[in-house]
Design a protein around this ligand. Structure first.
Ligand SMILES: C[S@@+](CC[C@H](N)C(=O)[O-])C[C@H]1O[C@@H](n2cnc3c(N)ncnc32)[C@H](O)[C@@H]1O
Length: 234
């Protein structure tokens, strides 16, 4: 993390702590710019930066998704995949739900290492209900589980990578996943999913953070927009 820590602050709340970390002895908070995350990988060009999802937003979006699960589908059937897992906060929160398994994919070796440490601490507290792991990999090299998928993104990268990701999800669906739902937080390129005609929008919701999350938000914001999509080719 030394290379990351040496970069100067560009946001007022770059080093802000979160009570979620304090309570559980974790390291998931803070903000890192795209320059901080440079790995040497060709896909660095498309980085957006790092910050972690607000727990209240994550929990609310999952509840909403569960409410709109297609008939005959159960959470237990789905693998949860975090595209750009960062320090793993979303993985930890997802592991409180009865997913089949929880997997994070992260391009930055340093962040994947921190996520792995956080996962170990989370497991030691017996908070993980399901298998959970992080892989240090570019998302385009990821081998998608052949199970129903809940693919979660928190604005991880720019337009070109979203286009490639849509192709990967189409292949995963054909290869056996069949059911692919997407939760996209801060869905800057959400229109690409619907424009591809492979995904339909299920819902969009502006979620208000809990007071605790608002106080610890690196961007000093109080709401987040989330959109949900379902793979439904014509
Ligand atoms: C905004 S952070 C999201 C953190 C986490 N998903 C959460 O919700 O708390 C986006 C992450 O995507 C990662 N990322 C960007 N491009 C990637 C790629 N091509 N493959 C895997 N991860 C990538 C970044 O390194 C960064 O950690």
């Amino acid at each position: 993390m030394r290379a990351i820590a040496s970069v100067r602050a560009t946001l007022p709340y770059r080093y802000i702590e979160h009570p979620f970390d304090k309570r559980h002895g974790l390291d998931t908070a803070g903000y890192l710019s795209k320059r901080d995350l440079v790995t040497g990988h060709p896909h660095d060009t498309y980085l957006t930066g790092y910050s972690a999802v607000a727990p209240s937003v994550f929990r609310r979006m999952c509840r909403h998704w569960i409410d709109t699960l297609a008939a005959r589908r159960r959470v237990q059937a789905f693998s949860f995949v975090d595209v750009g897992a960062g320090k793993g906060r979303a993985l930890l929160l997802a592991s409180e739900l009865p997913f089949r398994k929880v997997i994070g994919v992260e391009l930055s070796k340093e962040l994947a290492h921190i996520a792995a440490q956080n996962i170990e601490k989370w497991k030691r507290e017996y908070r993980a209900r399901v298998p959970i792991r992080v892989v240090h990999q570019d998302i385009l090299d990821f081998c998608w589980p052949r199970t129903p998928l809940l693919v979660y993104l928190y604005n991880p990268f720019e337009r070109e990578m979203i286009e490639h990701l849509i192709e990967c999800l189409q292949s995963a669906a054909k290869a056996g996943s069949r059911c692919v739902d997407v939760l996209y937080l801060n869905p800057v390129f959400g229109y690409l999913l619907t424009r591809s005609r492979l995904f339909g929008e299920l819902w969009s919701e502006r979620i208000t953070m809990s007071q605790e999350d608002q106080n610890a938000d690196p961007y000093a914001t109080s709401t987040d927009l989330v959109s949900a999509y379902r793979f439904s080719p014509p």
